[in-house]
Design a protein around this ligand. Structure first.
Ligand SMILES: NC(=O)C1=CN([C@@H]2O[C@H](COP(=O)(O)OP(=O)(O)OC[C@H]3O[C@@H](n4cnc5c(N)ncnc54)[C@H](OP(=O)(O)O)[C@@H]3O)[C@@H](O)[C@H]2O)C=CC1
Ligand SMILES: Nc1nc(=O)c2c([nH]1)NC[C@@H]1CN(c3ccc(C(=O)N[C@@H](CCC(=O)O)C(=O)O)cc3)C=[N+]21
Length: 286
């Protein structure tokens, strides 16, 4: 049914499988044509279990599609200079096309300075000020993977963005702010809420498209969502080995026209987008 919006639960795993299948083919032909193998280096500082899990998920995804993935594990006590030297070395490596510095970093390290040290052409996370600036002026090159994954899901489900009332909960540099810029670039009317927002419900209840990235378990209840809204939940809270989103899915699912579950929604789309960016980075230098 071309052009007709689909209904139901947004299956992030199914969309990411489709993206992975396309990338697998593309990477195989890059390899066959001129021996090019896209390469990603991840840098993980310290032993945070959640970060270790996310890096592991990214490496497994790289393996599935044929991207070379190198795992640089650094001790939590590393100095800023050692970290910057490590990044600068990766900038010079011809076999590494993407560099991902897993966040958060230990307190004594300056994440902004570290991000600025990454060659913008290898900044597959889209966190370098050069890429952030381009996003703000409407030139979307490397943009952060989570909001980019959400845009992809909107496109996949034929959801119109132009003129829609969009509400974003959370204003981080990783999700909320770049999401706002990407939706503004597509002519939505965007409101961005955060902890200082006086009456969160008065915003969320009017949203045609609601994107939540606050990291607060079940912050968004049924009465805070408009009937027929499209709802994306980026939140991840882990409690006793179970993960929860920011949206009370069980109840909101009855009201939304489309909604992402947690897990199996935004997370897999984020990783699929990262794979796309690494492949793109490798193609650009061919
Ligand atoms: N699925 C995925 O691929 C990804 C998931 N995540 C997850 O998304 C969530 C958000 O992460 P991230 O974007 O890095 O954001 P941060 O954790 O850095 O910040 C959270 C944001 O939410 C806002 N916020 C917190 N509590 C409330 C509240 N009660 N009401 C309204 N706004 C609130 C904060 O506002 P203020 O700054 O004013 O305090 C802040 O803007 C986390 O659970 C994280 O694990 C993140 C990246 C990728
Ligand atoms: N430089 C940097 N880039 C990031 O992209 C980045 C980061 N730092 N720091 C932390 C956040 C978090 N993040 C996730 C990615 C995938 C899932 C994911 O695939 N989650 C699965 C579930 C996994 C589980 O079992 O917990 C899902 O939602 O289905 C989750 C979270 C990327 N981040």
């Amino acid at each position: 049914m071309a052009g007709e919006a689909k209904q139901g639960i947004i299956d992030g795993r199914a969309i990411s499988k489709q993206i992975e299948a396309e990338l697998t083919e593309e990477i195989a032909s890059m390899k066959a044509d001129d021996g090019m193998v896209p390469g990603l280096a991840t840098i993980l500082v310290g032993q945070d279990p959640a970060s270790q899990l996310y890096v592991r998920l990214k490496h497994k995804a790289c393996d599935r599609v044929g991207i070379y993935a190198e795992d640089q594990k650094l001790d939590a006590s590393i100095t800023q200079k050692e970290l910057l030297d490590r990044i600068k070395n990766l900038n010079t490596r011809a076999d590494i096309h993407g560099i991902l510095l897993q966040l958060p970093l230990p307190q004594h390290l300056d994440a902004k300075k570290a991000m600025q040290a990454i060659d913008p052409a290898k900044d597959v996370d889209g966190f370098h000020p050069y890429n952030v600036g381009n996003l703000m002026i409407g030139d979307e090159g490397f943009v952060p993977c989570t909001p980019a994954g959400i845009i992809r899901a909107l496109e996949y489900y034929d959801v119109d963005i132009e003129g829609k009332d969009v509400v974003i909960v959370g204003h981080s540099n990783v999700v909320g702010k770049p999401m706002a810029a990407m939706l503004l670039n597509r002519n939505a009317t965007v409101a961005v809420c955060h902890v200082y927002t006086k009456d969160l419900k008065s915003y969320t209840a009017g949203a045609d498209i609601l994107v939540v990235a606050a990291g607060v378990k079940h912050l968004i209840k049924e009465d805070m969502v408009k009937k027929g809204a499209v709802v994306f939940d980026a939140g991840i809270t882990e409690e006793e080995g179970k993960i929860y989103g920011d949206v009370d899915f069980e109840n909101v699912v009855n009201k939304a026209s489309l909604i992402t579950p947690v897990p199996g929604g935004v997370g897999p789309m984020t990783i699929a987008t990262l794979l796309t960016h690494v492949t793109f980075a490798a193609k650009k230098i061919e």
